[in-house]
Design a protein around this ligand. Structure first.
Ligand code: B12
Ligand code: SF4
Length: 487
């Protein structure tokens, strides 16, 4: 007899943000799959898609779950606490279990701050959730935060990582209405990252130990989604190229399976010291077209202070290789790393300007709890916003420095963000347009099945009137056409 036999999994909403409707949630995809494998009935409600709490309540009324699972990032957690409180008020007898990066980062304090949450799950949720549903006593379930009979919040300790990722089924999103999501499939082929970058929350959210899926199983995922009509894929790993042999095997597998008409982007960033010319060339041959690099700083002193474990020469070489191989390249930089000065930032800007990239973004650093950066800012009393406040709204797209140092004061940081991003907008203009034209060309090819000279001619005719326009007009044009195509 299962304690919970009907689970409604909810993807959080992030209102008023750049991240409104972020696409298919991979974590919930995995959870739904393992619940189904354990013969536990489950359904999904994606609040970021529906954006209507009344609709959610209706869903609960009709589906009548015995447990509600809520997936949370730290970003906009307060709004989602309110949603859970609202649900609890309407359905007091249905327990709520919350999981996701927010729970792993802030742990017991989440249950202290939101009384509506009955259970919290840290790190990977698959096995913890199934054990909870199967009725194991909470104190015996590793990875579970729970309230005991006296209401005291307890934690049973971290669960061991799933070492063999092939042992859990890959998400197939059978419970999702796939038609309502962008036709770009997120693929996650590994979990964890062994590096020690001082600002990175990944070790808290999914662990420092790197676990990877086998090349065969990754190729199977591509093949499955390609058969469902998907041609665009985004690798969302933190460290996709760590084991280079595996990447070669994936490339061989894609070729053997005849998956020659797919496009793969590495938009979450790869490490410059984990690629080389031959590897990038091989990846390009099998459909990889976009490569982002987390550069972070413009000189070795800044990189050393971030414990990035790379130097500028390695980064410069890797970016050059990717540009030479005609990848669309994105570069990400941080503003205000420990001991960074305004002059150091000029090194970052100069570095970005060396390359014909289609994207270069500068972000204010976010100190996440349980990172070395957070402790450093706290120890030095450098916060200008209180973590309790900014953890709710800080994103890389908001120009509000969260801390400031004597070397790089608040106002200078703000100006630097604006200055660097404005300069980059101009710098990437040409390549960004090329990318947009290229994307239109791919869409024309997909929709009308044309290729070769005819495709070039149609793309030219389609995009020519726009090439004189501003970037904004151009983007508006693409959006309009995107809508038409999707309708
Ligand atoms: C892909 C991704 C995104 C995508 C999201 C796509 C999507 N729809 O899911 C996009 C680009 C939109 C995105 C945006 C942002 N992201 Co992001 N993202 C990631 C990334 C790279 C991979 C996430 C993933 O799919 N992992 C694979 C799955 C299997 O793991 P998972 O999602 O964590 O799910 C597991 C567990 O968390 C748990 N779980 C999850 N939900 C639930 C629910 C229940 C009920 C249970 C029991 C368990 C459970 O079980 C799952 C299976 O094991 C992670 C890095 C990472 N490695 O975690 C960062 C990461 C999660 N993002 C992060 C951040 C900061 C952001 C942004 C705020 C960026 C910014 N600074 O502006 C925004 C906020 C967006 C938002 N919605 O809140 C941080 C999170 C820190 C935190 N404490 O919240 C991470 C760790 C990256 C980082 N280095 O900073 N992101
Ligand atoms: S390499 Fe990337 S994912 Fe790994 S610790 Fe550094 S920033 Fe985080």
């Amino acid at each position: 007899m299962k304690t919970f036999d009907k689970i409604l999994l909810i993807n959080a909403d992030y209102p008023d943000s750049h991240y409104y409707f972020a696409g298919l949630p991979v974590g919930i995809g995995y959870l739904s799959e393992v619940l189904s494998a354990a013969e536990i009935d489950n359904q999904i409600f994606d609040l970021s898609l529906e954006r209507d709490i009344n609709k959610l309540k209706k869903k609960i009324e009709t589906y009548r779950p015995s447990l509600i699972g809520y997936s949370l990032f730290t970003f906009r957690h307060r709004y989602n606490y309110k949603v859970m409180e609202n649900i609890k008020k309407a359905f007091p007898s249905v327990p709520i279990v919350a999981g996701g990066p927010h729970l792993s980062t802030l742990r017991e304090s989440v249950l202290m701050d939101c009384e509506a949450i009955d259970f919290g799950v840290t790190l990977e949720g698959e096995r913890t959730l199934v054990e909870l549903c199967e009725g194991k006593e909470p104190y015996r379930i590793k990875g579970l935060i729970y309230r005991d009979e006296c209401g005291k919040i307890s934690y049973s300790g971290d669960r061991e990582f799933i070492r063999d990722l092939d042992s859990i089924p890959s998400p197939r999103y059978k419970k999702f209405n796939l038609k309502r999501y962008p036709k770009n499939m997120n693929i996650v082929t590994s979990r964890g990252c062994p590096y020690s970058c001082i600002y990175c929350p990944v070790k808290a959210t999914i662990g420092k130990m790197l676990r990877v899926k086998s090349a065969e199983s990754v190729v199977e995922d591509f093949e499955y989604w390609n058969k469902q009509g998907f041609r665009d894929f985004s690798i969302a790993d933190d460290n996709f190229t760590f084991y280079q042999d595996r990447v070669y095997d994936i490339a061989d597998g894609l070729k053997q399976k005849g998956l020659t008409d797919i496009r793969i982007s590495c938009g979450n960033g790869v490490r410059a010291d984990k690629v080389n010319y031959d590897l990038l060339k091989r990846m390009k041959e099998v459909g990889f077209y976009y490569m982002a690099f987390g550069v972070e700083g413009g000189n070795d002193r800044v990189l050393k202070n971030l414990k990035k474990g790379e130097n500028i020469e390695t980064i410069r070489n890797a970016v050059k290789m990717a540009c030479d191989l005609d990848y669309q390249v994105g570069l990400f930089f941080l503003i205000g790393s420990p001991y960074e000065t305004r002059k150091d930032l000029d090194d970052s800007i100069k570095l970005a300007q060396e390359f014909p990239v289609c994207e270069a973004s500068f972000y204010n650093l976010i100190p996440f709890p349980n990172t070395e950066l957070y402790e450093w800012v706290k120890k030095n009393d450098y916060f200008v916003e209180s973590p309790q406040e900014y953890l709710d709204w800080a994103s890389h797209w908001v120009n509000k420095p969260l801390f400031a140092t004597p070397e790089f004061p608040y106002e200078e940081r703000k100006k630097a963000y604006h200055y660097a991003n404005s300069l980059m907008k101009k710098h990437v203009k040409k390549e960004a347009r090329k990318r947009e034209v290229w994307l239109i060309k791919q869409k024309l090819h997909d929709y009308y099945g044309i290729s070769g000279f005819l495709l070039d001619a149609v793309t030219w005719a389609y995009t020519l009137p726009l090439l004189q326009g501003t970037r904004e007009e151009f983007m508006a044009y693409i959006r309009r056409h995107g809508q038409k195509e999707d309708a």
